[in-house]
Ligand binder design. Structure first.
Ligand SMILES: Nc1ncnc2c1ncn2[C@@H]1O[C@H](COP(=O)(O)OP(=O)(O)OP(=O)(O)O)[C@@H](O)[C@H]1O
Ligand SMILES: [Mg+2]
Length: 254
C-alpha cells in the first residue's frame, strides 16, 4: 500500500531510497513491480547540470503540467506511461526500460539548431524536424544519425522509425493543444521506453522543462527563462499551466 502513503500524508516525497535520482526528478519503486513513482523536484539545471538552482514550487507546476498533457495526449490516441497522480509532485507510471535516445521535434528554429546550422532564431521550419540525441550525460547528449544509432545498438531501424513517427504525432498533438490557448510550441524533447510486455510508450515528463513554449509575441515561458536569464521562471511555468487548465479542465488535476 505504500504507493498511497504520500498522497494521504501530503508528504513531499515517498519514503525509501530512490531507484534513480536524476537532475530534476526521482524515481521510486511502487508495490507493483511494473510501476514506478516519479517525484518532480524543484531543481532546475541547464548545460548538462553546469547551471543549477532550486525554485520552490517548480516541481508541482511541472508535475501538474505533465499530468495534464499526458492525459490530453492519451485522449488523442498516444500511448504513454502515465497512470495517475499520487500527490501534487508525484506520478504513478508504468515502469519502462528507457530507450537511451532523446527524440526532439522542432517547429521553429532556436537553440542548438540555430547555432549549429545558422538558421535564424524563431524561423518557422518547412516541416517538423525530428532529431535523435544520445541520452548520455558523460558525452553531453550528442546528436546522432540513424547509422550512429545502429552502430551503438541503441534501437533497431524499425524502432527508430516508430519513435520518429510517434514523436511527430505527439508533437503535432501538443502543438494543437498549445495553439488552442494561443501559445506556440517551438520544440519538444521526448523520451520513450519499453514496458515489460514489449510495448513502446511515451515516458518521462511533458513540461516547460522539456519543451519550448512562446507567446505569440515571442515571450519565452519555458526553461529558457533560466538558461538565458529571461525573467522569473515560475511565472512562465504558472502561466502555461493556468492557460491549459482553464481551457482543458477535463485533463487538469482535481
Ligand atoms: N516510466 C519510467 N520508468 C522508468 N524510468 C523512467 C520512466 N520515466 C522516466 N524515467 C527516467 O527517470 C529519470 C528521471 O529523472 P531526471 O529526468 O531528473 O533525470 P536526468 O537528470 O534528466 O537524467 P537522465 O539523463 O537519466 O534523464 C530519467 O532517467 C528518465 O529517463
Ligand atoms: Mg531527464
Amino acid at each position: 500500500m505504500d504507493e498511497h502513503n504520500s498522497a494521504h500524508t501530503g508528504a513531499a516525497e515517498p519514503r525509501g531510497t530512490p531507484l534513480y535520482a536524476g537532475k530534476s526528478k526521482k524515481v521510486f519503486a511502487a508495490d507493483d513491480p511494473d510501476r514506478v513513482r516519479v517525484v518532480f523536484t524543484d531543481a532546475v539545471t541547464a548545460g548538462d547540470g553546469a547551471k543549477r538552482e532550486e525554485f520552490p514550487g517548480k516541481g508541482e507546476l511541472a508535475a501538474r503540467t505533465s499530468a495534464l498533457l499526458f492525459r490530453a495526449l492519451a485522449a488523442k490516441g498516444i500511448r504513454t506511461h502515465f497512470l495517475r497522480e499520487l500527490a501534487p509532485v508525484e506520478h504513478l507510471v508504468r515502469r519502462v526500460r528507457i530507450i537511451p535516445l532523446e527524440v526532439v521535434v522542432r517547429f521553429l528554429a532556436t537553440g542548438s539548431l540555430s547555432r549549429r546550422l545558422g538558421i535564424p532564431e524563431g524561423q518557422p521550419l518547412p516541416f517538423p524536424l525530428v532529431e535523435l540525441y544520445y541520452k548520455s550525460d558523460e558525452l553531453g547528449d550528442p546528436l546522432l544519425t540513424e547509422d550512429h544509432v545502429a552502430l551503438l545498438g541503441l534501437a533497431s531501424p524499425e524502432v527508430v522509425r516508430y519513435l520518429k513517427d510517434e514523436a511527430r504525432r505527439a508533437a503535432e498533438a501538443l502543438r494543437e493543444i498549445f495553439a488552442a490557448v494561443d501559445l506556440v510550441l517551438v520544440d519538444v524533447k521526448f523520451e520513450f521506453g519499453e514496458t515489460s510486455d514489449g510495448e513502446i510508450v511515451l515516458a518521462d515528463e511533458l513540461s516547460p522543462d522539456s519543451m519550448r513554449i512562446w507567446t505569440k509575441e515571442g515571450e519565452r515561458l519555458d526553461k529558457d527563462r533560466f538558461r538565458r536569464d529571461l525573467g522569473d521562471l515560475l511565472e512562465g511555468y504558472a502561466f502555461v499551466y493556468r492557460r491549459l487548465a482553464e481551457r482543458f479542465p477535463e485533463f487538469a488535476s482535481p
